[in-house]
Design a protein around this ligand. Structure first.
Ligand code: DGL
Length: 258
């Protein structure tokens, strides 16, 4: 493994670009390769076995492109497959998990809400995390339909707004003071969510923490890149239109079967 190889990042679709953004911001001299498995999105309703198989397929693709480290920019894939990935491949993996700890630690009402996929909320890893915070009431809500609408470019649609209202209103009534976004697609919904939630409710996600962890692991293991080739590359296995819109026109998106 050599320090000038790229960092590989994958998600079930375009949502993990919210994590890529944080990594690119913190480590601008690293080359990043992002893989959007949009053809198979959403992962949230799939079985653990299917999620493991898809995560291995994505990892194989990124390793063929010579990546030195893999960021699983998907809560659903991390909570269901990271153990299996670490057991199979000889490369460091960074995962993303819902930020329950900072929310539970800082909550004054001792009530927090979490919006995530079914796959994340029913995972063993998520269950084990919640068991550490007995004194906090955790109100769980599956974000049915949200990922698909984001993948379809419907972030600002009335349908999205209606779904968000129906998911968040019960949490507001329960008096939460933290909302955890437990899916890497959801940071793109923060402007709409902010309009629905009262001002005193904090919204947190795990993007910055993942970027910091990536930096720490590189520092401790393979080292930082010194190469001048730092242009990020994006791969998708569907029509690249929505991905291109979300990252902006400065970056190259390649459409490819994988
Ligand atoms: N972006 C993903 C996550 O963080 C996956 C969503 C999905 O494909 O259902 O969970």
């Amino acid at each position: 493994m050599d320090n000038n190889q790229p960092i590989g990042i994958f998600d079930s679709g375009i949502g993990g670009t919210s994590i890529w953004r944080e990594i690119h911001l913190l480590l601008p001299t690293e080359k990043t390769i992002y893989l959007a498995d949009s053809k198979n999105a959403p992962y949230g309703q799939k079985s653990k076995e299917e999620i493991v198989t898809l995560s291995m397929k994505n990892t194989d693709f990124l390793l063929k492109l010579n990546c030195k480290l893999i960021v699983v920019a998907c809560n659903t894939a991390t909570t269901n497959a990271i153990k299996e990935l670490r057991a199979k491949y000889n490369v460091p993996f960074i995962g993303i998990e819902p930020a329950i700890k900072p929310a539970a630690t800082n909550s004054k009402t001792q009530k927090i809400g979490i919006l995530a996929t079914q796959g994340t909320l029913t995972s063993e890893l998520f269950y084990n995390t919640t068991q550490k915070f007995h004194n906090t009431k955790i109100i769980e809500q599956v974000g049915h339909g949200l990922v698909q609408l984001i993948e379809d470019g419907q972030i600002n649609s009335p349908e999205m707004n209606q779904l968000l209202h129906s998911y968040l209103q019960p949490m507001i009534e329960e008096d939460i003071d933290y909302l955890v976004l437990g899916c890497s697609h959801y940071p793109y919904l923060i402007p709409q969510i902010r309009k629905i939630l009262p001002d005193h409710i904090h919204i947190i996600d795990s993007g910055e923490a993942v970027a910091k962890q990536t930096k720490k692991i590189l520092q401790k293991t393979i080292g930082f890149s010194t190469s001048s080739d730092v242009a990020p590359l994006f791969y998708t296995n569907t029509n690249p239109k929505v991905l291109q819109e979300i990252i902006g026109c400065n970056y190259q998106v390649i459409q490819k079967e994988f």
